[in-house]
Design a protein around this ligand. Sequence first.
Ligand SMILES: NC(=O)C1=CN([C@@H]2O[C@H](COP(=O)(O)OP(=O)(O)OC[C@H]3O[C@@H](n4cnc5c(N)ncnc54)[C@H](OP(=O)(O)O)[C@@H]3O)[C@@H](O)[C@H]2O)[C@@H](O)CC1
Ligand SMILES: [K+]
Length: 495
Amino acid sequence: MFTAYTADQIRTAERALMATLPRGTLMLRAATGLAAVCAAMLPRVYGSRVVLLVGSGDNGGDALHAGAVLARRGAGVTAVLAGSRVHEAGLAALLAAGGVSRKPGGGDDVRRAVEGADLIVDGLVGIGASGALREPYAGLAETAGHAAAPVVAVDVPSGVDASTGRVEGGAVRAAVTVTMGALKTGLLVDPGAVYAGRVELIDIGLGPYLPGPDVAALTRASVRATLPRPAAASDKYRRGVVGVVAGSDQYTGAAVLAVGGALHAGAGMVRYAGPSRPVGQVRARWPEAVVTELDEPSIDDVGRVQAWVLGPGLGTGRWARELVLRVLATDVPVLVDADGLNVVAHDVSLLRRTAPVLITPHAGELARLTGAARGDIEAAPLAHARAAAAELGVTVLLKGSTTVVAEEGEPARVNGTGTPWLATGGTGDVLSGIAGSLLAQGLGARDAGSCAAYLHGLAGRIAADGAPLTAAAVAEALPAAIRSLDEESARSRLP
Ligand SMILES: NC(=O)C1=CN([C@@H]2O[C@H](COP(=O)(O)OP(=O)(O)OC[C@H]3O[C@@H](n4cnc5c(N)ncnc54)[C@H](OP(=O)(O)O)[C@@H]3O)[C@@H](O)[C@H]2O)[C@@H](O)CC1
Ligand SMILES: [K+]
């Protein structure tokens, strides 16, 4: 599991570590790691042109010291000193190594240097930043955004809030973010994750001083360890039976896709209940599913299940409302998605029950549940998912380009395995099926949601392979995704 921390948590840990070391040691460790990543991004260091955007704090100090290392190896390094102050030791090291410095007010000079660079290092602000970037930082971030060279952000892309991932105004778009000591929450959640690019973690010895994490991201190894595997004595009932209440005469595909997700995610059996048209399609597509055709909105004849998937394509009329009431009145875990959420939006107290509830909204659906504005949710998904989990008393899986799973009193989980190709109709129905299947197999709601998001993203990548995918193909790629967990379990990179 990757763990990430807020700026305050990092500061506290850094203070404790720094007290045990000679002054400046941590920055030199950070700068050495940073310089190594920069060097690896250049075809060759000697003769390359590197521009450092340097703010007034220690983030700028990291950049200057790394620039000194690159200058000693023959790079032409120009530091643009954006702050009213500068890290003096860092600047002295750079100048002694043959680097030069400029002020951003120097007309076209700075713009030309940035545009002509082979590599740009963003050392404007790190965990000491507050609020939107001020000038001249904001202008420099924009200039860097137009340059052809890749940008390496030091610790966090300047303009991204390290603790929350919020971006007020502009921010640096990095190809790579080299983060010091530990991951920051803002690098893993939207919108910050989009600005961070690939994240490289430099070990500076902070580990023993870190508290419990703010958020965590699953890895292949942790998903593999969490997923239930059938034992020799397992039978289909003991592996978990999942019931799917989804689809309608109008929306038949949602039923087919939710059942497809559930079947491929390891449940021993999938029971589907719905009206005649989706029943016919589910039966034709998935003969493995046990189907019950409903003449009235009741689940009395469906048989025993260990968890329900409730909602995709269900509609929002009387039939749907009745089914929602009955499924939520059972005593097993329930996953509520899509129309199920639209129904409960009229009375969120329906979600208060003894057995676990996992909801899987996108920002618009969460907005209807909590009354928050959709745009506010998209600007701060982690905070909104956490608030909704506390307010509604459920586990919230909030979909986005990175997915957040929040449960009160636990570190949130974030998932970045997805691909933009997954933004297509029906993939959410597949995700519901997967998560419901994992609930039925006995996982808690947070594990079921975060493992489902991980596998769904991985299956999406496998199904897409650089081209458009269909939701059905995502369901069918799940076994390959689960198999791939064994391939490479100890990875140093995200995800
Ligand atoms: N501590 C350690 O052990 C280690 C720390 N390390 C490194 O130090 C970094 C933290 O350094 P830090 O604390 O000096 O803060 P930092 O982010 O450089 O800048 C803060 C300054 O920026 C300014 N400023 C703030 N907001 C602004 C805005 N919106 N727009 C414009 N300017 C703004 C403001 O300055 P002012 O404007 O007041 O002059 C403020 O004082 C950390 O991210 C990591 O890279 C590593 O070397 C490992 C060891
Ligand atoms: K930075």
